[in-house]
Design a protein around this ligand. Sequence first.
Ligand code: FAD
Length: 501
Amino acid sequence: MAVRPHWLFGDQLGPHFVDHRHHGPDARAPLIMIESWAVLRRRRFHRAKAHLVLSAMRHRAAELGDRVRYVRARTYREGLAEAAGRDPVTVCQPTSHAALGLVESLEQVQVLPARGFLTPRDAFAAWAGDTRGRTRMEDFYRWVRREHELLMDGDQPAGGRWNLDRENREPPPRGARTLGAPDPWRPQEDEIDDGVRHDLDRWEREGKVSFVGRDGPRRFPATRREALASLRHFIAHRLPWFGPYEDAMLAADPVLGHSLLSAPLNLGLLHPAECVDRAERAWRAGDAPLNSVEGFVRQIAGWREYVWGLYWWFGPQYRGLNALGHTTPPPRWFLDLDADAVTARCLRHVLAQVRDTGWTHHIPRLMVLGSRALQDGWDPAAVTDWFHRCFVDGYDWVMLPNVVGMSQYADGGLMTTKPYTSAGAYIDRMSDLCGPCAYRPGDRTGERACPYTVGYWSFLHRHRDRLSGNHRMTRAVRGLDRLADLPELLAAARARGDAPP
Ligand code: FAD
């Protein structure tokens, strides 16, 4: 019998998607890749993201040579018809509800199990089903550690504790402009990148697509070889710096000890197992401290797997949740990444970083960008769409729980136990971003009132009834009663409207 062709999506680019062991396609299967420009047209993506995905797909096709049929088409449907006619094909389960719906609607397509994660969907569902609605990340993380024997000594966590978070929340070293960690690994562009840039320019000129943000030079791996080089560099040189300053922000050192591995992981160029195994080996060899290694394992085997599992567990309706009733459209300056319009130094700096690179680490995403949206009551679906379009590592499965749940509390607490937002004092403590800002984190009223401080109290005031029932928020909500200047603060917040803060 002829071997069926196997279809690779643009985020299924690593060897584990074409490896026939573990339910993969037949090793001799011819491969199909489809570059659909309806996908690029549908949304206004960051140009660096479009560049990275196209570059990675074209690099993969070049490596696979004659084994792959690479089709450029308007839609996936049309591309598949061109590549395979009506012949049967296989595909590993795609990573979004929409793409899964599409492949399931095509009679000729047989869907194989998803790859690229530690936790199969049915295993997550079995775990979540046992929690009686309390699907908390910490419980999931311990379960994964046990299941995969990660950082375990027998049945106990290595070092005796599951969670070293307390050691991993240090503010930046006082007076330091940078952490002083070795520079992150960066790729060299090649002629495939030139070709991608040329195509993007042409499509923009012809009005076929429109992008936000600046493109280049490419900053993230586009091939398996580059992804492995980046992982090796991180483990050998930067892992020790990862832990303590995970939550810190420095204007002159935006990456700090972070790994920059989300983009290659989400393109399928790396498998999470190899990342956490290498980190654990570094600790066992005495080359990295436990707090950094545990923090890294928690991010990849904990948070990333948890978010993947929740995406399928919560289902497609999760996208539309809006527990706080936030309906304001995000303002133009935010949608256009117009950092120069912003006065608040932290937001200006972070928005410029997104504009220039399509990446920031998790605290600027959560406590600067997401917090601004939450405080100002922006529509969570529009905020999710913005994050998806503007980040090089943004995909539907990872954005939905992170933005709808974690950042915007639009699920009313299904994912997190409280909304994540803060007054300017948190940003001041965890960064050097406030310093010469025109606003002062401690000021609630007056010309120099910090927009995050004003926004925080306005948010608590607006949702007082709901939040006072949450024991993790009770103290914060009671704080409103001590604010003699609350009416003035609320009036100033209203007057500000959606002008850049
Ligand atoms: P590191 O700090 O070095 O962490 C190591 C790895 O852990 C990351 O590469 C990533 O693969 C994984 N990880 C850690 N936290 C998460 C998480 N919450 N969800 C999924 N993976 C996680 N991550 C994405 O990959 N894509 C996104 O679109 C995305 N959107 C986010 C939006 C918001 C509002 C927030 C708060 C977080 C989001 N994250 C997203 C998670 C996290 O911010 C990024 O994974 C991380 O900043 C990427 O940088 P890094 O590779 O240097 O990560």
